[in-house]
Ligand binder design. Structure first.
Ligand SMILES: Cc1cc2nc3c(=O)[nH]c(=O)nc-3n(C[C@H](O)[C@H](O)[C@H](O)COP(=O)(O)OP(=O)(O)OC[C@H]3O[C@@H](n4cnc5c(N)ncnc54)[C@H](O)[C@@H]3O)c2cc1C
Length: 470
C-alpha cells in the first residue's frame, strides 16, 4: 500500500471518524470547455465599471453565488486566477499531487502556504477555487451542521439537486479500494452504507467530482446556470481592497473594490447607486478561508493595532477578524504584508485538543487492522510489518514540524510527527463574531462574506442559497 494512501486513510479517519472512498486514478484527457462568453481577462476591463453585485473570489461559493444572482441582477465576479478549462493538470486527478500542489511558481493553480505550525498547505488560485485543485471527494452536509447553521432543509435539498446534476458522480472503484472497503467492514467499521452522498458514520463510497470519463468538474461548471447577459467574470484580477465611505455617525458603507490585472493596471468597480426594490446592492467576499479575512484586514476591517502596524487606515476595529481558524484540529491569521498576493501568517495549533490526538491514534489502529484483514491480503507484503510502514512514513519529509522524542512505537508521537492537512481549513470570519446570521460583516454596511466552509459542498450550498434568496 502506498504511503500516500496510508496517509489519506489516517487523515480521513482522524478528521471525520468515518471512511469515505472515491476513485483515485483516471486516464489523461481534456475537459469540455463550455466557452462561456462572459469570461474575460481583466486586462480588457474598463478602468471603472458599475454593477448591482460585486463578488470577490470565483471559488466553490463564488461561482454558484454569482450564477444565481445573475438571474435578476448585473453581477461582476472577480477571480485572481485563470480559467480551469483546457488545463490537463485540473482535468486529471492523477496530476493532483505532483503537478498541481507541487508547482511552486507564481502562476501555479495552487498557492502553497506553510502554517506557523510547520504544516504544508495549499490555497486555490483559479476559477472554480478549491474545486479545481482538490481531491474531488463529495459529501452532503451532516444534518446537524444544517440544523446548527439554521439553514432551511427544503432549500438545502434543492441546492443538492442543483449541484449534483452537473458536477457530482458515482466513482469507479479500483480493486485496492474494494479491498480497503471490505477490510473496513471486516474490522467492524459499520454500517455498510454502500454508495451514498449522505454524511453518515461507518463505511461508504462517497461522491466524486470526476465523471465516468475521468474528467474533473468544478464549481466553474455551475456558471452554466448564469444569465450571460447579466454576468461578467474577470480572470487574473486580484482585489487589493474593498472601498468604504463614511457619513457622520453612520456605519461605513462598502461601495466599490479596487483590483489589479495581470499587467499591473489598476481598475475600480463600483456598486450601482440605483435602487433594487427592498434589496440593497452589495459586495460579497467569497475569497476563501484565508482570502476573505485577509481582504477584510487589507480594507481596514480588523484588529486596529495590527492594521496600524502595517500603515493600513482603520475603518472598523474588529479584533476577531482572522481568529478561530481551524484545520479540523485552531488559531488565527495575521497579515505579513499589504500585498494581497502574499499569504497571511496562519497558525492552526494541530493536536492542541487531546481529543484530536486520540482520534488520530484510533484511526491508525483501525488502519493497522485493515492492513491485516483477509480482504486486504492481496495488497499486503507480509515481509513488511506495519511498524516498518509507520517508520517509513515518519521518516518522509511531509511537514516542517520539529520531530520530538524517539519512541517510534508511540502512535501519539507518530501522529504528531506526521501531522499533515487534508485541506479542510475554515473560519477567520466567524458567525456572531465577524459576520451575522445573514452573513453581513458586523460594523459596516453593504458587505457580506460567504464560503470559508471546510468542504466544497458546504461552500457551494451557501453560495447557491444566497444567490437564490436575494
Ligand atoms: C488541495 C485541496 C484538496 C481538497 N480536497 C477536498 C475534497 O476532496 N472534498 C471537499 O469537500 N473539500 C476539499 N477541499 C476543501 C474545499 O475545496 C474548500 O472547502 C472549498 O473550496 C472552499 O470554498 P470557498 O469558496 O470558501 O474558497 P475557494 O474555493 O478556495 O475559493 C476562493 C477563491 O477566491 C479567489 N481569491 C482569493 N483572494 C482573492 C483576491 N484578493 N482577489 C480575487 N480573487 C481572490 C481564489 O483564487 C479562489 O478561487 C480541498 C481543498 C484543497 C486546497
Amino acid at each position: 500500500m502506498g504511503l500516500f494512501v496510508l496517509w489519506m486513510l489516517v487523515a480521513s479517519i482522524a478528521n471525520s471518524g468515518s471512511f469515505c472512498l472515491t476513485g483515485l486514478s483516471y486516464p489523461d484527457d481534456d475537459q469540455n470547455d463550455p466557452n462561456y462568453v462572459f469570461l474575460h481577462e481583466a486586462t480588457s476591463a474598463p478602468a471603472i465599471s458599475y454593477y448591482h453585485y460585486i463578488v470577490i473570489g470565483g471559488g466553490a461559493a463564488g461561482c454558484p453565488l454569482a450564477a444565481t444572482l445573475s438571474s435578476k441582477y448585473n453581477v461582476l465576479l472577480i477571480e485572481r486566477g485563470g480559467s480551469p478549462y483546457g488545463n490537463p493538470n485540473i482535468t486529471n486527478l492523477s496530476s493532483f499531487h505532483n503537478n498541481t500542489l507541487a508547482d511552486l511558481s507564481s502562476t501555479s493553480l495552487s498557492q502553497r502556504f506553510i502554517s506557523e505550525d510547520g504544516v504544508i498547505n495549499s490555497r486555490a488560485r483559479v476559477l472554480g477555487g478549491g474545486t479545481s485543485i482538490n481531491a474531488g471527494f463529495y459529501s452532503r452536509a451532516e444534518p446537524k451542521y444544517v440544523k446548527d447553521s439554521s439553514w432551511d432543509d427544503k432549500l438545502v435539498n434543492e441546492s443538492y439537486e442543483w449541484v449534483e446534476k452537473f458536477v457530482v458522480f458515482k466513482p469507479k472503484i479500483e480493486a485496492w479500494q474494494s479491498a480497503v472497503r471490505d477490510g473496513l467492514l471486516e474490522v467492524g467499521v459499520l454500517p455498510n452504507n454502500g454508495f451514498t452522498f449522505d454524511h453518515v458514520n461507518g463505511t461508504k463510497i462517497g461522491g466524486t467530482m470526476f465523471d465516468q470519463n475521468g474528467h474533473r468538474h468544478t464549481a466553474a461548471d455551475l456558471l452554466r446556470y448564469a444569465n450571460p447577459k447579466r454576468i461578467t467574470v474577470l480572470l487574473h484580477a486580484t482585489v487589493g481592497r474593498v472601498l468604504f465611505r463614511s457619513k457622520g455617525n453612520q456605519k461605513p458603507v462598502a461601495y466599490g473594490v479596487m483590483f489589479t490585472d495581470a499587467s499591473g493596471m489598476r481598475h475600480k468597480a463600483y456598486l450601482k447607486q440605483e435602487g433594487l426594490g427592498l434589496m440593497k446592492n452589495e459586495i460579497v467576499l467569497s475569497a476563501g478561508a484565508l482570502g476573505s479575512p485577509q481582504l477584510l484586514m487589507l480594507s481596514g476591517v480588523g484588529p486596529a493595532d495590527h492594521l496600524r502596524s502595517l500603515n493600513i487606515t482603520v475603518v472598523v476595529d474588529q479584533p476577531l477578524v482572522g481568529q478561530g481558524m481551524s484545520d479540523n484540529p485552531m488559531k488565527g491569521i495575521f497579515l505579513k504584508t499589504k500585498n494581497p498576493n502574499a499569504n497571511p501568517l496562519v497558525t492552526f495549533n494541530y493536536f492542541k485538543e487531546p481529543r484530536d490526538l486520540q482520534r488520530c491514534v484510533n484511526g491508525v489502529k483501525t488502519i493497522e487492522k485493515v492492513v491485516a484483514s483477509k480482504a486486504f491480503s492481496k495488497f499486503r507484503f507480509d515481509s513488511i510489518s506495519f511498524q516498518t510502514l509507520l517508520n517509513l512514513t515518519s521518516s518522509f519529509p511531509i511537514n516542517l514540524v520539529p520531530k520530538t522524542g524517539n519512541d517510534s512505537t508511540s502512535l501519539e508521537q507518530f501522529c504528531r510527527n506526521t501531522v499533515t492537512t487534508i485541506w479542510h481549513y475554515h473560519g477567520g470570519c466567524q458567525v456572531g463574531k465577524v459576520i451575522d446570521q445573514d452573513h453581513k460583516v458586523l460594523g459596516v454596511d453593504s458587505l457580506k462574506v460567504y464560503g470559508n466552509q471546510d468542504s466544497e459542498q458546504e461552500a457551494i450550498t451557501t453560495g447557491w442559497d444566497y444567490g437564490r434568496m436575494t
